[in-house]
Design a protein around this ligand. Structure first.
Ligand SMILES: Cc1cc2nc3c(=O)[nH]c(=O)nc-3n(C[C@H](O)[C@H](O)[C@H](O)COP(=O)(O)OP(=O)(O)OC[C@H]3O[C@@H](n4cnc5c(N)ncnc54)[C@H](O)[C@@H]3O)c2cc1C
Length: 403
């Protein structure tokens, strides 16, 4: 049954939405009676599971202590209890995709998290006592607090790239149903998604060219570990100037990087002649015709059957359907696409909070990944639960966020 009057409405049932529900449930289990979650998929983590399956991702990039539960050690303990194996890559312990799904299913059941309402937030009005939210299904939900956890942005395609079925963003590629062997594909990008697509396509017998804007860059995680603790976050949170913080986020993330194991896998494929790699070959143009696609990559030209763009996501306010509406109705400073949110991730003091990548000026460059989502969830729980007091182990792991 849909809830129509709640304390907290979470828009988005991805890992960020799950982290919020778990932060609320573990501080005050009764909050679950007064919390609702809405997502067009009608299920927890549907987009996450689907993406992992489509791209053939067998394990996460992030370490085993990063997941939506507030207690960092809970995933490792769950695996030990259930006899689930860990993946060790380059000396780092990483969750297997299957183990991660087993864990999230288990904590959703254990904490009796609400069923996900199968709809989407269309728009909302901030009222004196909360927020009135209109859903695309036509229903209205009144809530004391709305949390926008709707994901990592719009697939970045590029302005001059034609809209054509043979030119697809990575989000639209499904390696479970690849094109026939011998199909010529250019994969554009230098990050882990490009590597997953190249490795999957090569295994399916496709003829693959990987085009990199510059050269391969190697890093274990999406940002260096100093950003996951006080080493860099202390200075970041002490910096009052939001433009400086914006620059720090840009510098820390800085385009696609491969973990060492993925770099080695691509080097092996290149050395054995299975794939072609074009370095310093940015995508300049694509012309799609009936018999193929002409791709200009730096000074090189290739005729192929398909182009797959592993070019990331536009995470700016302008590209975000809900946040762009908010920016018009309730203007706040936006620094190169990222909004200047309050310390509790609220928008201009309103009971509307934003988690994920748009929270990067408060949480730092990990805002959009599992680590940052959990830290964001802590701030939402603190704002939502009266007399909020986290478990001491959890509080220790979140020391940087005790604002
Ligand atoms: C290939 C890939 C691998 C990744 N691997 C890792 C990793 O190993 N470790 C890590 O830390 N991070 C990883 N990330 C980064 C990040 O953690 C994931 O992208 C994660 O899915 C982001 O979680 P999210 O909840 O913010 O967004 P999503 O998972 O995208 O979930 C957002 C949800 O919001 C819903 N939604 C959208 N609009 C509305 C609306 N108007 N109303 C209601 N609901 C709406 C969507 O249907 C979706 O279910 C990875 C990202 C990618 C692309």
């Amino acid at each position: 049954m849909s809830k129509t009057d709640v304390d907290v409405l979470v828009a988005g049932a991805g890992p960020a939405g799950l982290a919020i529900a778990l932060a609320l449930a573990t501080t005050d289990p009764e909050m679950m009676q007064r919390t609702a979650v809405v997502d067009p998929s009608g299920a927890w983590l549907a987009r996450w599971h689907d993406r992992m399956a489509r791209q053939g991702i067998e394990h996460l990039r992030s370490p085993s202590t990063h997941h939506p539960h507030p207690d960092p050690w809970s995933f490792i303990q769950h695996c030990a209890r259930e006899g689930l194996p860990h993946v060790v890559r380059d000396g780092k312990e990483l969750p297997s995709t299957a183990g991660f799904a087993h864990f999230t299913d288990s904590v959703i059941a254990e904490h009796a998290l609400p069923d996900v309402m199968p709809s989407a937030v269309a728009d909302f009005d901030v009222e004196p006592n909360g927020v009135k939210v209109n859903l695309t299904c036509g229903n209205t939900v009144s809530c004391r607090r709305l949390v926008i956890a709707t994901g990592i942005g719009k697939p970045r395609i590029g302005e001059n790239i034609p809209n054509h079925p043979r030119v697809r963003h990575a989000e639209a590629v499904d390696l479970r149903t690849p094109p026939p062997p011998g199909t010529r594909v250019v994969v554009v990008g230098g990050g882990l998604t490009a590597a997953h697509l190249v490795i999957g396509a090569a295994a399916a017998g496709l003829s693959v060219t990987l085009a990199l804007r510059s050269k391969f860059r190697v890093r274990h995680f999406d940002v260096v570990p100093g950003w996951m603790g006080p080493k860099y976050l202390t200075g970041f949170t002490a910096e009052p100037n939001r433009s400086q913080r914006r620059m720090a986020v840009e510098e820390a993330r800085g385009g696609g990087h491969l973990p060492p194991w993925a770099r080695r896998a691509l080097a092996d494929l290149e050395r054995s002649g299975v794939i072609e790699v074009l370095r310093k070959s940015p995508l300049v143009g694509v012309a799609a015709g009936t018999n193929g696609v002409r791709v200009l990559l730096g000074t090189a030209e290739r005729w192929v059957d398909e182009v797959w763009l592993a070019t990331g996501f536009d995470q700016s306010v302008e590209a975000h359907p809900i946040l762009s509406q908010m920016a018009q109705r309730h203007p706040i400073p936006i620094h190169d696409g990222i909004p200047d949110l309050d310390e509790d991730l609220g928008w201009a003091g309103m009971p509307v909070h934003v988690v994920g990548a748009p929270a990067a000026l408060v949480l730092g460059p990990t805002a959009g990944n599992l680590h940052g989502q959990r830290r964001g969830a802590f701030r939402i729980a603190k704002a939502s639960v009266p007399n909020f007091e986290p478990d001491p182990d959890v509080a220790r792991s979140l020391i940087i966020d005790r604002f």
